[in-house]
Ligand binder design. Structure first.
Ligand code: NG6
Ligand code: CA
Length: 525
């Protein structure tokens, strides 16, 4: 009897462990490491010679490098909207660069990639730069109490974020609906309309600044740095810019550690290398390329710390890491930080034209590495045409979650391409610049629609790619988009791509009501 029992328990155990094993394979942890403004040519593995990124390169060596991956847009808010919802941001009018008092742009009704992971049984977290608004109404966030709706309403269980960008107020961390270290005796006030009585501004007090603006960025002074927007109070909650990278990396590691025994999804967005670039003293002056280069070193160190945490917890190999950037590179983005003067031979956009804000390739063609040691080959290079917008349906296919039909309508299941099983990616994708000029890219060609915006973004000295006429580029033979062939003998190709764009633009934005609903719980601290 006894031996029979132990036989049964052994078989039950075997069955259980088989189940666990297959569940593991289908439910690896997933971490997105989303850099800010890191260009196609900024990382060692993409050809940068004057800057060293050994930890990112290690990730690339252990996974697949994608050479034809695209963000939907060449600025942050729309790009992140696309990534998290699987829908093109230009289908809506309110997805442009958000200020720190913007309402939440992804509606609680919308189904997000975090909802998808929750449905698959994952614990979900978001850490770092958010830039997709908070609260229900512009300028009405309760910075001194419970901020709602917020990330918990769109699928994130646990989060600590910078509301917008580090160059926009409020310069505080928000953690699970509340400002960290808020002091009721020193209430936080935020405005994008007018300064608060007695507030000293960057534009009037250069003597108080440790970093000076080159364009805009002349309002509230926080930590000796002038920002966009006005702010008063909250002294105990203000961040110190040198500490941002460490703070959010530690929070990401805490989330990973806490959830090491169950599948988790972590959306981890670095502040590096967005302006103001004020890297920690560990990196200050170390790149020889000024603070932009130092911020790349800081980003690389963040990757090292995350990998170290995963390795020491023994979960690195069953964790999918997707490392990418929200949009292309920019040098002078509004502060005098010598990014232009100290660039040397470095080419942030690699062989591509334009940069952040642009419809040319450097605006939206971004580095992407996927590492999943258990399941994908090492040292792979893939030229498959993929968009960040595809992560949603591809990972849903992996976790076997059925996404509501009306959600993520622009996302395609490209799992085989993302896991390196095929070089065949999308047939085409759409890109967007800061002026909402759109382009269509397929395996060989790129068509840019005529646009009314300026040719150059004066402040950053970036070619935006706007032109009153059609543009067609042969990306295979002319990746630098130098020769416009729209007028040459390529009328048919131009017409074909125009037709695709017209059809895509006629698809209306669908308001769907498929978000999962979670009650806001404002924990007292
Ligand atoms: C621009 C800011 C720039 C940056 C950008 C958003 C000025 C002159 N420029 O308006 O500094 O904050 O917005 O960047 O204010 S993004 O990567 O978050 O999209
Ligand atoms: Ca960005």
């Amino acid at each position: 009897m006894k031996s029979q029992l132990s036989f049964i328990s052994v078989s039950v155990l075997c069955l259980l462990s088989q189940n666990l094993f297959s569940a593991d394979k289908e439910k690896p942890n997933v971490i997105f490491i989303l850099a800010d403004d890191i260009g196609y040519g900024d990382l060692g593995w993409m050809g940068a010679k004057t800057i060293q990124t050994p930890n990112v390169d290690r990730l690339a060596d252990e996974g697949i490098r994608f050479t034809n991956c695209h963000a939907t847009s060449s600025t942050s808010t729309p790009s992140r909207y696309g990534l998290l919802t699987g829908m093109y941001p230009w289908r809506r009018k309110d997805t442009g660069i958000a200020n720190g008092d913007a309402p939440m742009i992804i509606h609680p009704d919308q189904y997000t990639i975090a909802d998808m992971f929750k449905q698959a049984g994952y614990t979900t977290g978001a850490v770092g730069k958010w830039h997709l608004g908070l609260g229900g109404e512009k300028g009405k966030q309760n910075w001194n109490g419970c901020i709602s709706p917020a990330l918990n309403d769109i699928g994130f269980d646990d989060w600590l974020i910078i509301a917008a960008t580090a160059d926009r107020v409020p310069c505080v961390f928000v953690e699970n609906n509340r400002v960290v270290n808020a002091d009721p005796n020193d209430p936080i006030q935020v405005s994008y309309q007018k300064p608060f009585p007695g507030e000293l501004l960057g534009r009037d007090h250069p003597e108080l600044l440790r970093l000076h603006p080159s364009d805009g960025h002349d309002m509230a002074i926080v930590d000796g740095i002038p920002r966009i927007g006005y702010m008063q109070g909250g002294k105990s909650a203000l961040w110190h810019d040198e500490d941002i990278a460490g703070r959010i990396t530690n929070r990401a590691i805490d989330f990973i550690t806490k959830n090491k025994q169950q599948p988790f999804f972590l959306y981890f967005c670095t502040n590096d290398i967005h302006v103001p670039r004020v890297p920690n003293e560990k990196f200050a002056g170390k790149s020889g390329m000024g603070s932009r280069g130092d911020a790349i070193l800081s980003f690389d160190y963040t990757v090292e710390q995350i990998m170290h945490a995963l390795d020491s917890l023994g979960i690195a190999d069953n964790t999918i890491i997707v490392l990418t950037s929200d949009n292309g590179p920019v040098l002078d983005d509004g502060y005098k930080d010598n990014a232009v003067e100290l660039l040397g031979k470095h080419k942030p956009g690699g062989i591509f034209r334009g940069g952040k804000y642009s419809i040319f390739e450097a605006g939206t063609r971004v580095p992407m590495i996927i590492r999943w040691k258990n399941s994908i080959k090492e040292n792979g290079i893939s030229g498959a045409l993929v968009s960040q917008i595809d992560l949603m349906r591809s990972l849903a296919a992996m976790t076997r979650v059925e996404i509501p039909k009306e959600a993520a309508t622009d996302s395609r299941n490209e799992l085989n391409a993302l896991l390196g099983k095929t070089e065949k990616g999308r047939d085409y994708l759409i890109e967007q610049n800061m002026n909402n000029t759109l382009s269509v890219v397929n395996a060989n060609w790129k068509y840019i629609e005529p646009g009314k915006g300026p040719a150059i973004n004066e402040g950053t000295n970036t070619e935006l790619g706007n032109s009153p006429v059609d543009q067609l580029y042969d990306l295979k033979n002319d990746p630098g988009e130098k020769n416009n062939l729209a007028d040459a003998n390529h009328k048919k190709i131009t017409a074909k791509l125009q037709k695709i764009l017209k059809r895509e633009k006629s698809d209306k934005y669908i308001t769907h009501k498929y978000g999962l609903h979670y009650p806001t719980i404002c924990h007292q601290r």
